[in-house]
Ligand binder design. Structure first.
Ligand code: ATP
Length: 360
């Protein structure tokens, strides 16, 4: 089995804890995306797996072998970097064969065959004799991926490999990477800060924040059932609206109330909610789970409208809280209007205001 397992992995740089006790499991053949905001510890985690940093605490297993103190060269991993890291004076072919190290393991024929196979997969056969300066960004990135492919490693580690490409090329290369993984099924850990990339590429996605993993789940589950307030706000574009309120009983029903607004929960009151009645809570509402309704329980003063073509994204304040609502395209609303809204009671989320964990 060629999975990756980290156990209580910690990396401190003097007083900065970059990685704060990470237990991560990438399954055999899986494409797992590690996503999170800048500075949350993603690259450090990847560099620890590659052996480019040594952990302060914890252990790393790759393919059922403990490699915590094994040198980078002796780990059967290939890394693809954001800046491609190609040698400018070498041709694409030389850059790719350089990845085979001392080459004593392989005969010349094997090296030629491996490069030919990788070049065919990546459609760069005609570019092999060019140096990087004669290649476009997308072509350079293909060569960088080719250099990883020729090694036929147990594991690919990719650190924001598409972030230097323009938007259109990024989408194209994203599809190519997905296809490549479909074909090779090599265990892959892919780091990005782009949640769209994470959601579209990952079999599962691990969301990292402040050195810790908040949740690991398939993309749709992450969207539908975020385990923490951070995941709820981070995943989705725009992310989930969150607002602090009180969980109050009103007759037979239970509502979250703030300022003059109140959002009822489904009836009968769901079990996990009952014990929190009377508490302060954080209510989470996705922009598409709010809709216009005459005399609805929420009113929003519209401050911005953004026609996105397939929807009209509307921003405004509900009480003192900023919110975003996704309305049908061509809805007749303008900045300055007061919008009357209702929330889908089946799609509400509740979080603990201090710890941030979801309890409904
Ligand atoms: P980005 O998306 O911006 O690349 P990241 O999530 O990959 O961010 P890391 O590069 O892993 O984040 O950095 C995590 C934290 O550790 C940051 O606060 C960073 O400043 C710090 N850090 C990383 N490398 C070092 C180092 N060599 N020395 C000191 N601090 C470091």
């Amino acid at each position: 089995m060629t999975g990756i397992t980290t156990t209580d992995l910690v990396k401190r740089f003097e007083d900065v804890t970059a990685v704060g006790g990470v237990d991560l499991n990438v399954r055999d053949g899986e494409f797992l995306v590690l996503v999170g905001p800048s500075g949350c510890g993603k690259s450090t985690t990847l560099r620890l797996l590659a052996g480019l940093e040594s952990p302060t605490e914890g252990s790393i297993e790759i393919a059922d072998e403990v490699v915590t103190t094994v040198s980078p060269a002796a780990r059967d991993v290939a890394m693809v970097f954001q800046n491609y890291a190609l040698y400018p004076h070498m041709t694409a072919r030389e850059n790719m064969t350089f990845g085979l190290g001392t080459a004593t393991e392989f005969t010349d024929d094997e090296v030629t065959e491996r490069v030919a196979d990788a070049a065919e997969i990546l459609d760069i056969e005609d570019l092999l004799d060019r140096t990087p300066s004669a290649l476009s960004g997308g072509e350079q990135q293909r060569v960088a991926i080719g250099r990883a492919l020729v090694r036929d490693p147990e594991v690919f580690l990719m650190d924001e490999p598409l972030s230097n490409l323009d938007a259109k090329l990024r989408v194209q290369m994203r599809a190519e990477l997905a296809e490549l993984h479909e074909q090779l099924r090599t265990t892959t850990l892919y780091v990005t800060h782009d949640q769209v990339e994470a959601m579209t590429l990952g079999d599962r996605v691990a969301v990292m924040y402040d050195g810790e993993i908040q949740q690991v789940a398939p993309p749709q589950r992450l969207y539908d059932a975020p385990a923490t307030r951070f995941v709820a706000e981070f995943i989705g574009s725009p992310g989930m609206n969150t607002v602090e309120g009180m969980l109050e009983r009103r007759g037979d029903s239970v509502c979250v109330t703030w300022d003059e607004n109140s959002v009822p929960l489904p009836s009968p009151v769901p079990d996990p909610v009952t014990s929190h009645v009377g508490d302060r809570v954080v209510l989470g509402l996705r922009p598409e789970d709010l809709s216009q309704e005459m005399n609805g329980p929420l009113s929003m003063d519209i401050t911005v409208t953004e026609p996105l073509g397939d929807s009209l994204l509307t921003r405004g304040t509900v009480g003192d809280t900023e919110m975003e609502v996704s309305l049908p395209p061509r809805s007749a609303v303008e900045v300055g209007d007061v919008l009357s809204l209702t929330a889908d009671p089946e799609r509400l989320h509740l979080f603990d205001p201090e710890a941030g964990g979801a309890f409904y």
